[in-house]
Write a new protein. Structure first.
Length: 297
């Protein structure tokens, strides 16, 4: 009886061990099956992803898209080049403007220095009252003028029309004036109203005063020789030119239009001793109080 019990116990133990091994075997088989399923699923997913890649690779690319990108790149490159060229152009313009400003500043400073020196030289003649000079003009008129204090005499001779020759004498201290016409042996005496006789052509620069500095802004100044005199030529615009002697500041020629000029041929300063009254012997003399002409030279 005892041995049967032991055999039954042994067999029950074996059965239990067998069940345990079967469970273990079943678990391992299940795990292996899960691994196999996973392995099978993995290549499927890979195949699906590969198929997606192949689909995307298989799609046709839009050529207009690349053309648009290419054109856009070209426009960007063109705009960049255009920007660079415009920048260079603006820079060149600015450089030219700066050079022109610098050149004008040098031009102005040079003119101002020359004119300041000439004005200083000419300033000594501002109030001069003793001088004489002779001049010729394009109209073939010869002018002789002399002045001492308040007495002056003007002689005008016209080569082509002698009938217009004239002599004007006046003494402002005595309030006397004579206008004589030698070709007609006639004269006019006036004791009341006298013409304003102003003949100061050589002293033009001195009479301009502070206006001389203004010429520096727009005048062209260069050198020239006139009757063996070294002169500065001051050109104002197209029509006016003045020949000013470098050493004295005196004007010796003035051009004031096409073929119009006056030129000093003789000039004396502080050398006038006496101014003679015209000899009216044989002249027909008229008295007039209405002589109001102006003579400026």
């Amino acid at each position: 009886m005892g041995e049967n019990k032991e055999e039954k116990n042994v067999e029950s133990v074996k059965m239990e061990n067998g069940k345990a091994e079967e469970k273990k075997a079943g678990g391992t088989k299940q795990k292996d099956n899960e691994k196999v399923v996973k392995k099978e699923q993995t290549p499927k997913k890979a195949q699906e992803s590969n198929s997606k890649v192949k689909k995307t690779e298989g799609k046709e690319e839009d050529p207009t898209k690349f053309r648009k990108v290419e054109m856009k790149d070209k426009f960007i490159e063109f705009d960049a080049k255009k920007g660079k060229s415009s920048h260079k152009f603006i820079k060149a313009i600015l450089i030219i403007i700066m050079l022109l400003i610098a050149a004008y500043c040098m031009f102005f400073c040079r003119n101002l220095i020359i004119l300041s020196n000439l004005k200083e030289l000419a300033s000594q003649y501002t109030n001069i009252s003793n001088y004489s000079y002779e001049s010729i003009s394009n109209s073939k008129k010869h002018l002789k003028y002399s002045k001492k204090d308040n007495v002056s005499r003007l002689e005008l001779e016209h080569d082509e029309d002698p009938d217009t020759n004239m002599i004007v004498w006046q003494d402002k201290d005595k309030n006397e004036q004579i206008i004589a016409f030698p070709a007609h042996n006639a004269a006019i005496e006036s004791n009341d109203k006298m013409m304003d006789l102003v003949c100061r052509l050589p002293f033009t620069l001195a009479d301009m005063g502070s206006l001389t500095d203004g010429l520096a802004l727009y005048s062209l100044i260069y050198t020239d020789t006139l009757n063996n005199k070294e002169c500065y030529v001051i050109q104002v615009g197209l029509n006016l030119k003045m020949w000013i002697e470098k050493d004295t500041g005196l004007l010796y020629r003035e051009d004031f239009g096409e073929n119009m000029y006056s030129e000093i041929t003789k000039l004396e300063i502080n050398n006038v001793d006496e101014i003679y009254k015209p000899d009216l012997t044989g002249y027909k003399i008229n008295t007039s109080d209405a002589v109001t002409e102006n003579v400026e030279q």
